[in-house]
Design a binder for this molecule. Structure first.
Ligand code: SF4
Length: 359
């Protein structure tokens, strides 16, 4: 895939000599500006915010609980570490279009050592627990790596910890730096995947499915465990064949024994996100589905279709890949029961995924 080249890099004046800023400057041949206080560039939409890169200090906590911890949904006790905000790619359904509407500029945080100190303190305070921590919540985990080289800090940090696994979640094939590092079993590189038709129409600027799976094969050969997220599953004419083809391609590309987990999730649209999706120049086809309001106020694919899609995709995954750990993302107990035949407690689900136990 084409590497991200920002039109300009804006650096907070006090952060210009940080390791991250120096690395980006050495790799970005174009326009660079300094600022104090708030960045003077004010993109009006999250899509506009993707054209420049802001480097600034993060003020506040880096680590937080995944929003799936909403009551009424089965939660896998996942923690997210936000090292960047916004993403250079442009998926039609991306929740950041709404979530970052007030702070749309693509931003990488310079005080990474503060983030790692925060993680270290949590891990030391709870040596009896196993944590799964991901950096792909408010951004893609690897899209900025060719500019920031952040994985060169993150992988050794987690490789040296005994009670945590880092998940790098991506739609890119930016894995070259990872291949120079030893994850020591503590880093899972995971790909959001979809039917090829959805990738082509709804995931602008991302690596193709073939490129993602080639990257998965490479990191697996480099000693990493891998993961896959079928999220969102999208209904379209021919969806069963489309998802079957993606599953077959995964089975061809990687060894199931090194798959840490696979999740299934469905479209979730707040009213503001639905409006943002409608306002896109090409709205994509995710809005073609029949959506109904869920308990959390977000519009979702109606439950009967969700159940059918989960069952079909889960059955195909089990047939192609054997007993890989499967889980549902942001679904209530009733859906778990009907797809997985059991409802795990949040703690049990988190522990089973951390241990890589088959579902
Ligand atoms: S790759 Fe992920 S974070 Fe980036 S636009 Fe797509 S859904 Fe959003």
């Amino acid at each position: 895939m084409e590497l991200f080249r920002p039109d300009a890099v804006w650096i907070e004046h006090s952060e210009r000599n940080t390791a991250l800023a120096r690395t980006v400057l050495a790799r970005h041949p174009g326009r660079v500006e300094l600022f104090e206080g708030r960045p003077p560039i004010q993109p009006t939409t999250v899509r506009d915010g993707k054209r420049v890169l802001v480097l600034q200090r993060h003020r506040g906590a880096f680590l937080r609980h995944c929003p799936a911890g909403t009551s009424g949904l089965v939660c896998c006790n996942y923690l997210v570490i936000n090292l960047a905000s916004n993403c250079p790619m442009d998926c039609s359904y991306c929740f950041l279009q709404d979530y970052l509407a007030d702070t749309p500029a693509l931003t990488a945080y310079t005080n990474v050592e503060d983030a790692l100190a925060e993680v270290d303190a949590v891990l030391r305070a709870h040596p009896e627990r196993s944590f799964r921590i991901g950096s792909g919540e408010l951004s893609d985990s690897l899209a900025l790596d060719p500019l920031t080289d952040l994985s060169r800090l993150l992988v050794p940090f987690f490789a040296a910890r005994r009670n945590a696994v880092l998940e790098l979640k991506t739609k890119t094939d930016c894995v070259d730096t990872l291949l120079e590092l030893d994850p020591a079993g503590r880093v899972v590189v995971s790909w959001s995947v979809n039917a090829a038709a959805v990738v082509a129409r709804d995931e602008a600027g991302t690596a193709s499915l073939a490129e993602r799976l080639q990257a998965a094969r490479r990191v697996q050969q480099g000693g990493y465990r891998v993961g896959f997220h079928f999220d969102p599953l999208v209904e379209f004419e021919g969806w069963e064949a489309g998802y079957a083809a993606t599953i077959a391609a995964i089975a061809d590309a990687v060894d199931p024994a090194a798959i840490a987990w696979i999740s299934l999730g469905s479209l979730r649209l707040s009213a503001a996100l639905a409006q943002a999706v409608r306002a896109r120049p090409v709205p994509g086809h995710v809005l073609a589905a029949e959506l109904v309001p869920g308990a959390d106020g977000k519009a979702r694919v109606w439950r009967g279709l969700r159940l059918r899609m989960y069952r079909v995709v889960a059955a195909r995954l089990r047939a192609a890949l054997g007993g890989v750990p499967l889980y549902l993302c942001m679904e209530p107990p009733a859906v778990w029961e009907r797809v997985m035949d059991e409802v795990p407690s949040d703690r049990a689900l988190g522990m089973r995924l951390a241990a890589g136990t088959a579902w």
